[in-house]
Design a binder for this molecule. Structure first.
Ligand code: CMX
Length: 458
């Protein structure tokens, strides 16, 4: 009885103590616990079977193969993403917003992804301050980015910039000094935080150079969160709604488990002990593909072409949209923003962005956003009838770019860069954990057709 009382008394004290802890301190507590868990899992269940490998998995891009350990999030085909077990609405409820805002910040999502814990508003603000203090670009990088031709795709520029930031990699120089394996994660964490901190300045510089040359980038404001600074530097700091939208968008896109092309790429490259900058740069080039991150630019291009042909979303009929969808499909193209490698239901990230729109009368009046809504009302049935895709429902990209367009960020070739700023949260978290857990270099087995046929006894 007495001891139970004592333990209930201890809870608030412990919470109070941890509310003062920094991200590094919390990780120092969490890492050994997970290390032990993994050791036990390997020792006691190393031979347990998680599934079969079928020939169709080998031919079909490894779909469904359970073969990557990824800590921060797990994707359920019907329910969508959970970040350390929390759904998107749950995250929206508990993760601290920026002062004066409502949407969860990138920093609070990063804290959750890294530690599995919900930060206090104070912890989240301290992390914002640390990132703002680290966020200026070194001149080597500004010179490099300024020397790139404005005709080079913004994603190519982002990948180049991120790779070149490894000039100052703490991990790389510690490795050269000869540190112990158990210390790797500390340096990976330093690099992860430096990269996340510098991404807004890098991404904003690319935007300004390409679309608004000659304009001056404002300096980082130490009192703003990561996204607050990013929108300032993009030149949209006065638009509170866009800032809030980007906070939501960047937090939501932060992670989508480990099997998607960009996440898997950073994990693979990181497993060679390439530093976090090089690993994430590789991931960005996977994100730049039209079947992955580039889809948000493709959706907008497709929606605008439809709008040009049919008229604004307020006027157009469902029948006209159906006919347009069939025209796209019959010309052998995919309907951008629909389908998914894992999901088999409407993407909850799409739903969350739609709810953001529904709460704002100006967005409801937008002809593009109303066309997105109307398309959603008919596209699943058309895609079911078409009969190819396993998932006839919208993914997050069905709407993400249209909101940016409405708020005046109209250069849709740039949209995947924003996705790239966001996905760093999850990919870099996993790199830190992969080093903390001592995960080895990836080396799956490949087979030739001869080898497959001989294995199946043909
Ligand atoms: N429109 C038309 N056909 C589609 C389709 C769509 N939106 N989505 C899938 N299909 C087709 C595929 O091209 C494939 O055809 P083939 O058999 O001729 O090759 C067939 O349906 C089966 O594909 P699937 O198993 O359902 O889907 P995949 O896992 O192969 O591909 C994805 C997933 C996302 C690449 C695909 O649905 C697609 O191309 N969607 C449009 C692009 C898009 O929105 N991408 C963003 C994804 C979000 C993210 O990156 O996180």
């Amino acid at each position: 009885m007495f001891s139970r009382r004592l333990s209930t008394l201890r809870v608030p004290l412990a919470r109070q103590a941890s509310s003062q802890a920094t991200l590094r301190k919390v990780l120092e507590e969490v890492v050994p616990v997970k290390q032990e868990r993994l050791k036990k899992l390997k020792a006691e269940h190393g031979q347990a079977v998680l599934g079969d490998v079928k020939v169709e998995n080998l031919i079909g891009g490894m779909r469904g193969l359970k073969s990557i350990l990824w800590e921060a999030s797990v994707l359920d085909p019907n329910e969508g993403i959970r970040f350390h077990g929390r759904t998107i609405p749950e995250c929206q409820k508990v993760l601290p917003p920026a002062p004066g805002g409502n949407e969860m910040t990138a920093e609070s999502m990063l804290w959750l992804l890294m530690t599995g814990q919900v930060p206090t508003p104070e912890q989240s603000r301290d992390l914002s301050r640390e990132l703002a203090e680290k966020g200026e670009l070194p001149t080597t990088i500004t010179h490099l980015i300024d020397s790139l031709p404005p005709t080079l795709h913004p994603m190519t520029q982002l990948g180049i910039g991120v790779a070149a930031l490894n000039h100052d990699s703490a991990f790389q120089s510690a490795y050269e000094r000869g540190i112990k394996k158990t210390e790797y994660w500390h340096y990976a964490l330093e690099d992860a935080l430096t990269l996340i901190a510098r991404l807004p300045a890098l991404a904003a510089r690319i935007y300004r150079n390409i679309y608004h040359p000659g304009t001056t980038l404002p300096p980082l404001n130490k009192d703003l969160d990561l996204v607050g600074n990013y929108t300032q530097m993009l030149g949209f700091g006065d638009n509170k709604d866009l800032t809030e939208y980007l906070r939501l968008y960047i937090a939501l896109h932060g992670d989508h488990e480990g099997g998607n092309a960009s996440a898997h790429t950073s994990h693979l490259v990181g497993s060679t002990l390439s530093d976090p900058f090089l690993s994430y740069s590789a991931a960005l080039f996977a994100l730049a593909g039209p079947l992955h991150g580039l889809a948000n630019q493709e959706v907008l291009r497709w929606q605008l072409a439809m709008q040009k042909e049919l008229g604004s979303g307020h006027e157009v009929s469902h029948e006209d949209i159906k006919a347009y969808l069939w025209k796209t499909l019959k010309s052998g193209q995919v309907v951008p923003g629909y389908g998914h490698g894992v999901l088999r239901a409407p993407d909850p990230r799409f739903i969350a962005l739609q709810e953001f729109c529904d709460a704002r009368p100006d967005l409801l009046k937008s002809p593009t956003i109303s066309l997105v809504k109307k398309t959603y009302e008919v596209a699943p049935d058309v895609l079911k009838e078409h009969g190819k895709t396993k998932n006839p429902y919208p993914n997050v990209d069905a709407t993400s770019g249209c909101v940016l367009y409405h708020y005046g960020l109209k250069e849709f070739k740039y949209y995947t860069v924003i996705f790239g700023v966001s996905r760093a949260l999850g990919c870099l978290t996993q790199i830190v954990w992969a080093r903390a857990l001592g995960l080895p270099i990836e080396r799956p087995k490949s087979l030739s057709m001869d080898a497959v046929e001989s294995l199946i006894g043909k």
